[in-house]
Design a protein around this ligand. Structure first.
Ligand code: GTR
Length: 340
């Protein structure tokens, strides 16, 4: 049994409550949920914006149902890494999960679109694209895989950091061993720059940097800071190559047990947590930057052009069906507006 499954008493979950619920079940196929709290998990620590946003989501649910629906958050990766908890979520062992797009790349081709390097030109462009129909299509594509995509959260932009020296051009990356999340797309992205890609869960990165198993990794300011990677990797080079968003999902098995009105409530509460998350995110980026810079990490600006030239070359190997191409074109058509 997995670490996560051992950590929870799933048998305790009480989805149906008493005779009236049973009657409702007979009539509608499902009943109002009563009893134990929903479970949710996130790889990040408790004060991270994604975790706080999901907690806020739970508070909204609870307030709107007088406590009938509530949520218990297992933060800090205590139930396992994203890949493992995602699997448990698809089997209904966890109700909610906040993950990055990366672990979904091998499951659903449409998620690769929003994880393409240099596709989004700014956070504003990413939001503009994913807040509307394009985002809805990507979220809906998760359903056949046992997941209900509820909303996207911000994740800023990812850049490379390492223990060796500043990266200014792709040539500086040659031979570096760089950790990536477990996604073929990320592997190809790093290889296209001449570095060696080492897929690894996030919670192993600090130790691997400290022991020299890897030379570096890539991530946004808050993850670089909150995972303490900056204490070991003292060079952060602002390639800003990726603005792949975070995703908040629900297990379809848990979803199917809800009444239609509870489902609508869940969707609405998730949507309401997005502006809150963005507010926390902007504050967190500023705070993480200050901590990292204050610690003396050498941060350098980078001309993105040669990185973009190398990395967009691998798009074609991942965008190979008409639906993906259509989404890429629609996202590109939204370029050029106000940026952030
Ligand atoms: C973070 C993201 C996590 C995880 C992590 C990683 O930015 O919030 O969900 O995907 O990156 O690199 O594994």
């Amino acid at each position: 049994m997995s670490r996560a499954a051992r950590g929870l008493d799933f048998a305790r979950r009480d989805v149906l409550g008493g005779a009236s619920a049973l009657a409702a079940l007979t009539m509608s196929g499902c009943s109002p949920r009563v009893g134990s709290a929903f479970t949710a998990t996130d790889t990040h620590v408790l004060d991270y914006p994604t975790v706080q946003a999901v907690i806020r989501f739970g508070e909204i649910l609870s307030a709107r149902t007088d406590g009938r629906l509530s949520l218990k958050m297992y933060a800090g990766g205590q139930l396992g890494n994203e890949r493992d908890t995602l699997e448990i979520t698809t089997f209904g062992g966890l109700d909610f999960n906040r993950i990055n797009l990366a672990p979904l790349n091998s499951i659903e081709p449409l998620t690769k679109v929003a994880a393409l390097p240099f596709l989004f030109e700014s956070t504003a462009h990413m939001r503009r694209s994913l807040d509307g129909e394009i985002g809805e299509e990507i979220l809906a594509s998760l359903e056949p895989h046992g997941l209900i995509g509820l909303c996207f959260y911000d994740s800023g932009s990812r850049s490379f950091y390492n223990t060796r020296g500043p990266i200014r051009t792709p040539a500086d990356m040659r031979g570096l061993k760089l950790r990536v999340p477990g996604s073929d797309l990320y592997v190809a992205m790093v290889q296209s720059l001449g570095a060696d890609a080492v897929p690894m869960p996030l919670d192993e990165v600090y130790q691997s940097l400290a022991q020299g198993v890897i030379d570096g990794a890539e991530n946004n300011w808050p993850s670089f800071e909150s995972g303490k990677h900056f204490e070991v990797a003292r060079y952060y080079s602002l390639t800003n190559h990726l603005l792949a968003p975070e995703v908040f999902v629900m297990s379809k098995i848990s979803w199917d047990k809800l009444t239609a009105s509870d489902q609508a409530l869940v969707r609405d509460a998730a949507r309401q947590s997005v502006p809150y998350m963005r507010e926390l995110w902007d504050r967190q980026v500023a705070k993480s930057k200050a901590i990292v810079m204050g610690s003396g990490v050498e941060v350098n600006e980078v001309d993105p052009a040669p990185f973009a030239a190398a990395m967009t070359g691998m798009w074609d190997s991942f965008i190979d069906d008409a639906r993906q191409r259509n989404l890429v074109e629609r996202i590109q058509a939204l370029r050029g507006g106000e940026s952030e």
